[in-house]
Design a protein around this ligand. Structure first.
Ligand SMILES: Nc1ncnc2c1ncn2[C@@H]1O[C@H](COP(=O)(O)OP(=O)(O)OP(=O)(O)O)[C@@H](O)[C@H]1O
Length: 276
């Protein structure tokens, strides 16, 4: 378990990489420059390169302002990048697409729709036949343990439950990639921890590719196969860290020496400017 403490980035293990498919997302030398007031410019992402394999759970962790959200918005096709190359399934991104599902930190449910209707929303737009729509919604409501709340409205749900609906809604559209921007950032620690467990369970069952943005180092470690550690000013990747399977979401793992060491390692890479 502790064999990689000296150098996480060199860690390779055939068992660790088993089950992963070909490269799904590939970014080469991505940069993002924002124009401010039409005069000044701001370099938010500087020469960022990474790859994410099919069925892989990858996190980007870094301090506020390192460009995490910009990067995710670029992947979602909601933001253009300034230079570099970005391919998903070998194709250039041309705006948002059904191949990518998004879950944001802020709750984005439709308040006038029930849990079931929220989850079915994308399927309704696609004119999926009623029987099929019900079957898919039933499956994902069960997966996020909200079957009992099918007829509830968002205002009747806790923050964690709303995010479970948002995850179910994203997955119901059968995306190839799930893009998550600090989805548990607004939740209390206990709810956050149980949401992380649930997400891992869903990830394992649905075998989806997940890109997860967080500034919480512990969260990145328990969830991810690999972590791209970012630094700010300008936003760039400091190192990619392979997380040993033994550190991912095991009961009590956060108190182990190996976990604490990896956390310190990432914290030092970030430059100690993180909230954790
Ligand atoms: N539309 C914009 N116009 C100008 N600057 C922007 C714009 N969006 C983001 N920025 C700047 O780019 C940098 C990166 O922002 P981004 O939101 O991607 O970072 P982040 O790592 O997600 O931060 P946080 O964790 O605080 O959300 C920040 O300095 C931010 O002020």
């Amino acid at each position: 378990m502790a064999k990689l403490i000296s150098n996480y980035s060199d860690y390779t293990d055939t068992e660790e990489s088993a089950g992963l498919g070909p490269i799904k997302i590939e970014a080469q030398s991505l940069s993002k420059v924002y124009e401010i007031d039409g005069k000044r410019t701001f370099l938010a992402l500087d020469n960022v390169s990474f790859d994410i394999r099919q069925n892989e759970f990858v996190s980007f962790v870094g301090p506020s302002g390192c460009g995490k959200s910009s990067l995710l918005r670029i992947l979602a096709g909601l933001e253009e990048f300034t230079s570099g190359q970005l391919h998903i399934s070998g194709k250039e991104i041309e705006g948002p697409g059904a191949d990518r599902g998004m879950v944001f930190q802020s709750y984005t449910l439709f308040p006038w729709l029930t849990v079931r209707e929220n989850i079915e929303f994308g399927l309704t737009l696609k004119n999926v036949p009623l029987f099929e729509k019900r079957r898919i919604a039933d499956h994902f409501m069960e997966l996020v343990q909200l079957t009992r709340f099918a007829k509830s409205y968002p205002k009747e749900l806790s923050g964690g439950m709303k995010q479970r609906v948002a995850i179910a809604r994203a997955l119901a559209n059968n995306p190839e990639v799930l893009l998550m921007d600090e989805p548990f950032g607004a939740l209390d620690p206990q709810t956050k921890s149980s949401m992380q467990e649930m997400l891992l369970d869903i990830y394992r069952k649905e075998k989806t590719t997940v890109v997860f943005i967080t500034h919480d180092i512990e969260e990145a470690i328990v969830l991810s196969e690999r972590i791209y550690v970012m630094q700010a000013h300008p936003g760039r990747i400091a190192q990619v860290v392979q997380v040993p399977r033994s550190l991912r979401s095991q009961p009590g793992v956060r108190d182990t020496e190996a976990f604490i060491q990896l956390k310190k390692h990432i914290h030092a890479l970030i430059g100690g400017d993180s909230n954790h």
